[in-house]
Write a protein that binds this ligand. Structure first.
Ligand SMILES: [Ca+2]
Length: 361
């Protein structure tokens, strides 16, 4: 789960790989292990968590500073309306790949879904939106990504030092070399793109082999995502959202507070917000306005499961795209006639044969 505050431009993230060209030649700076702030961090890991100080110094000597990560962090964030965001994730390619992933993992998906109570289509869709089902999990060494941000990006230093600490702990728990781990430019790892703190809290060991392999083991991957949703309040079988009507302008505070489940549906009426379809009971809900077409905003009441997806990634665009992709994948999985046709590559017209008298070699 990439932090929304870091999710500046999806295009930038898609393009940023560890072999991206550097914006400028890096200045000569001391290696990380030589810096007092890094030495203080190493001391803390040694005294509070029992790490071997000399081994940590050796590891920090191997961390490579990544200026291209800092360049992305400094780019101004861009915000696109939903109708512009949607096609990147809800499209024929992801629909086909999502159905193929479900078909390839059907018994496992069913077992994880049964155990955790999270519908399979949402497990499939999250992995599609995050990493194209494990195809784009990031090419940075997590040590380089976290080290660079933790020690060279003061605005987020506290958060990323905490993530770096969690990461060193998880590498030790997994009995793995921390330099073996690859992730996104922000250190998000594996098919579900868990930050180290989320890995610590939610990664699951489905096959009970002692490892939480969110890179390659589909059971661990799916159970980890399901566990994340359950721990954030997922309710089996409940709708994610219902359309809403709004009156007046009293609903503005709800839009500003759309990532917090504060109000029951009955309480939203005081803000001029009502469900446009009948609901079971009186659940908690957030108000999510989405511009589905240019100039056409629709209002939705996001219920507990919608909220859970926004905990995965703090964006109503993201949550709605996951929902729409999930629904399309589910429909096409059960009815393959809904799968988009794969167009055969167009053949080039054959070149007319030369009729000159010259003989070709
Ligand atoms: Ca495992």
């Amino acid at each position: 789960m990439i932090l929304r505050s870091l999710l500046l431009s999806l295009a930038a993230i898609a393009c940023l790989a560890d072999d991206a060209p550097l914006p400028s030649a890096p200045e000569a700076t001391p290696a990380y292990w030589e810096r007092p702030d890094v030495q203080a961090f190493i001391d803390e890991m040694a005294t509070q968590h029992g790490f071997d100080r000399a081994a940590l110094v050796q590891q920090f000597a191997q961390i490579a500073h990544k200026p291209n990560i800092l360049a992305v962090l400094d780019k101004p964030s861009t915000s696109r309306p939903y109708h512009a965001f949607r096609p990147d994730f809800v499209n024929d390619t992801r629909l086909r790949l999502g159905v193929a992933y479900w078909q390839a993992n059907a018994p496992l998906l069913q077992a994880v879904s049964d155990q955790y109570g999270v519908e399979p289509e949402y497990l499939v869709a999250i992995l599609g939106v995050e990493t194209l089902w494990g195809r784009n999990t990031g090419s940075f060494r997590v040590m380089d990504a976290l080290g660079t941000i933790a020690f060279d990006y003061p605005r987020r230093a506290d958060f990323f030092r905490k993530e770096l600490r969690e990461f060193l702990l998880l590498a030790r728990d997994e009995q793995a070399d921390p330099f073996e781990f690859k992730g996104s430019y922000a250190g998000a790892m594996g098919a579900p793109q868990f930050m180290p703190s989320s890995f610590h809290a939610y990664a699951a060991d489905w096959d009970k082999d002692g490892r939480h392999d969110i890179w390659n083991n589909q059971g661990d991957i799916l159970a980890s995502v399901a566990n994340y949703f359950v721990q954030h309040g997922w309710q089996r079988g409940e709708p994610l959202l219902v359309p809403a009507t709004v009156e007046g302008d009293g609903y503005a505070p709800l839009v500003a507070d759309k990532f917090n489940l504060h109000y029951k549906v009955s309480e939203l009426a005081a803000f001029g917000v009502r469900p446009a379809e009948p609901l079971n009971g009186d659940p908690l809900a957030v108000l999510a306005p989405l511009e589905h077409e240019p100039g056409v905003t629709r209002y939705w009441l996001g219920l507990a499961n919608f909220y859970a997806i926004t905990r995965y990634n703090r964006s109503t665009h993201y949550a709605m795209a996951v929902h729409e992709l999930a629904q399309r994948i589910k429909a096409a999985y059960h009815d393959p006639s809904l799968l988009p046709k794969v167009e055969a590559p167009k053949r080039k017209p054959a070149k007319p044969k030369k009729r000159s008298g010259k003989r070709r070699k």
